[in-house]
Structures are given as C-alpha cells and as structure tokens.
Ligand binder design. Structure first.
Ligand code: NDP
Length: 364
C-alpha cells in the first residue's frame, strides 16, 4: 500500500465550550491513546482480534511489514496456552516452556515491532463496508483490513475441583499433555470423536485409559468407537458423570455418579482429560462471516473469508489440528495475505467528521 493511514484526512473537531458559538479547532488525528480515551475512533491499517499464537504471529508479521497493527487481545489475553502448563512440542524450546511464558514472549515480540495491544473483548462489529468497524470497551476501532484470530475454547465440566487442578493433572489436550502420563492411569470424559481420539492417543503413554461417559452409547463415529472399544488398554464407565475431581496438589482420583441410580463410586486416576467439545469464539462475527455446521468460521482461498479484506487464522476455523504451532503458521499466512491485499486497494477514508464551523486549514 502506498502512503500512510496517518496521512488520511482524520480531522477531529474539538468543541472547547468557550462562548455561545461553538469554536471549532482543527487538530492532527488523535493518537491511539487519546482516541481510546475519547471513545475512538482508533484508525488502524490492520486490526487483529485475538491474542493466541495465531493473533500474535499475525501481529509480528504485520508489524514488521509496517502495518502498525492493533491487537484487540481480549480481557483474558493469550488464548488457550494460558491454561496450559508445560509446552514441549513448540519448536525452539528443547527444554519445554510454560504456556503463559510462551505467550508472554509472543507478546513481547509483537510489541517490539510496534504492535499496539489492547486487552479488551470485542462487543460488536460492522463489516458492511471499509473501514471495518469494531467496538470494544466503549471504543470504536476502524480497520482497513481485519484478521479474525479469536480462537476456540475447550468446554469444561464446570467443577471447582476441575478448575483448581487444571495443569496439575486436569487437561483438555492429550496431544499437549499425554506425554506427562507415561505408565500412569488416566481418565477421559466425553463420548464424541474427540474423547475417543484422545483416549486412543493416550494409550501410547498411559498404562490404562478409562473413558467416562454419561450415557450408554457413544456419539462418536463407528470407526472410532470400534477402535476404542477393541483396545486392550481402554475401559469404559458407562452412565457415569464426574461429581468431583479428587486431589490436593495433583489429581489422585474421581468421584463418579451413576446417572441412572445416583450411586457414587471412586475411581483412582492420575490424570483427567476433558474432551466434551470446543466452542469457537465467533459470536460477534456470526452475522457477517460464514460459519460451518459446528460453528467454526469458513475460510476461502487459504486465509480469506466471504468479505474481502477480512482474514481468518487459527482455531476459530481449524478444528482439525488445534496446535499452537499450526495456529502460529496460520497467523503468519493471514498477515501476509492481508499485507498483499492492502497493497492492491486504496485505503478508505474514515467516516467524515462533522463540518467545522470555521474553515479548516489543511492538516500537514
Ligand atoms: P461432540 O459434541 O461430538 O461430543 C461431545 C461429547 O461430550 C458427547 O458425547 C457429550 O455427551 C459429552 N458431553 C458434553 N457435555 C458434557 C458434560 N457437561 N458432561 C459430560 N459429558 C458431556 O464434540 P467432539 O469434540 O467430540 O466433536 C466435535 C465435532 O468434531 C464432531 O462433529 C466430531 O465428529 C468432530 N471430530 C472429528 C474428529 C475426527 O474425525 N478425527 C476428531 C474430533 C472431533 P452426549 O453424547 O451424552 O451428548
């Protein structure tokens, strides 16, 4: 793209309240900080929604391409890695790295090249025309290009003990954490494809895998069901719900409730994998972008969407790989696509400010 957006006509009219007649003065476009303090609009070449590996990698690439990205990072920034302890499969960390530390490094790297990170959730968007408009915490952001990298959230059972023991034996990712359960007994809760896939994967490490399912029949596909049921290391507790995850510092067992009789039993395990599904974080985009039957965003032409200038990266569309490294790769691709696309289009002038009461001198 030629030219800089800061050179676009972004004249703000300030009423200083002096006298009866409104006195208008013309200022340079407000700094992002000042614009934020006034409710916006904050103008940006690229706005990225989400601050997991996809969003922050997109930010690193966009920032290094001089696109001065704004990342709307969420009130709980960092994505799913913030609730993961040891990450041993992210290349470049032969000794492993803690999930939150990894995300803090991503963030530092994005900020180093001029990314502006704002820890707010997006409440509403309007993608009907460019600049795309987003509202977060009462501030309007306007983007020439938008990268949606809002991720997906694993569903949890909702038990206090499950939350307390997350990262201490409770996990939602066998690929990430299975390795830590070599020779141990673990449980997997759920009856869909994810649960059966996780259970089968865990047999590579765990000596015994107990599948806990609330009904008497799996929802999973026949092939996954047959494979799990035939596996000598996998057993099933049918009609069982988890009443409590036991353990003080680490998981030591589960209290199960028979969903037909209410009878409670104990199951000694060293770990619990929760595999009851994922929810892609697409709420604010659903009216604008295509979603598939599972609620994930639909990608067109690699990282594009049905709206030109809106790009998609990471778990918000990927229900297949769901890995930090694949999300990061996706963020890189989306940023490169956004950069190339921006080069082909003219920047769109922000919505005009009200006409000044006095003739405005041209802004340098
Ligand atoms: P699903 O929604 O298919 O299954 C969720 C499972 O968790 C169900 O068995 C459900 O029980 C159970 N469950 C939900 N909430 C609770 C709860 N609060 N307590 C206990 N159990 C609960 O999600 P998946 O993630 O398994 O699959 C999502 C989609 O992704 C599916 O379409 C699946 O086919 C696909 N997928 C495909 C894979 C592959 O092809 N390799 C791998 C993984 C997923 P109930 O059955 O009683 O409702």
């Amino acid at each position: 793209m030629t030219g800089s957006l800061s050179g676009l006509p972004g004249i703000s009219i300030i009423d200083d309240g002096a006298g009866d007649a409104a006195v208008a003065s013309v200022r340079r476009p407000a700094s992002p900080e000042a614009a934020e303090a006034n409710g916006g609009p904050v103008e940006a070449k690229v706005v990225i929604v989400g601050s997991g590996p996809a969003g922050l990698t997109a930010a690193i690439y966009a920032a290094r391409a001089n696109l001065e990205p704004v990342v709307l990072a969420g009130y709980v920034p960092g994505g799913q890695l913030m609730i993961t302890s040891d990450v041993e499969n992210y290349p470049g960390f032969p000794g492993g790295v803690q999930g939150p530390e990894l995300m803090s490094l991503f963030r530092e790297q994005a900020a180093r090249f001029g990314t502006r990170l704002v820890d707010v959730d997006v409440d509403r968007v309007d993608l009907s025309s460019r600049p795309f408009r987003l509202w977060a915490a009462g501030v309007e952001y306007r983007a020439q290009a938008l990268i949606v990298a809002s991720g997906a959230s694993a569903l949890w059972l909702g038990l206090e003990s499950e939350t307390r023991l997350r990262g201490k034996g409770v996990s939602a990712c066998a690929t990430c954490d299975g390795f830590f359960f070599r020779g141990k007994k673990v449980a997997v809760v759920g009856g869909g494809d994810t649960a059966l896939e996780e259970a089968t994967f865990l047999t590579r490490f765990a000596s015994e895998v107990v599948l806990i399912h609330r009904r008497g029949d799996f929802r999973a596909s026949k092939i996954m069901r047959d494979r799990a049921l035939a596996h000598p290391q996998i057993s099933v507790r049918w009609h069982s719900a988890i009443e409590e995850v036991e353990g003080d510092q680490v998981v030591t067992g589960l209290t199960l409730r028979d969903t037909r009789t209410g009878k409670l039993t104990d199951e000694a395990v060293d770990g619990l994998f929760v595999a009851i599904g994922y929810r892609p974080n697409t709420e604010v985009f659903r009216d604008w972008l295509e979603v598939d039957e599972r609620g994930y965003l639909v990608v067109r032409d690699e990282t594009g969407s049905r709206i030109e200038g809106v790009f998609i990266a990471g778990d918000v569309h990927d229900h297949r790989y769901r890995q930090a490294v694949t999300a990061a790769g996706d963020g890189c691709r989306a940023a490169i696509d956004a950069e190339r696309w921006l080069e082909t289009v003219e920047p769109v002038t922000p919505v005009a400010a009200p006409a000044p009461a006095v003739a405005a001198p041209s802004v340098a």
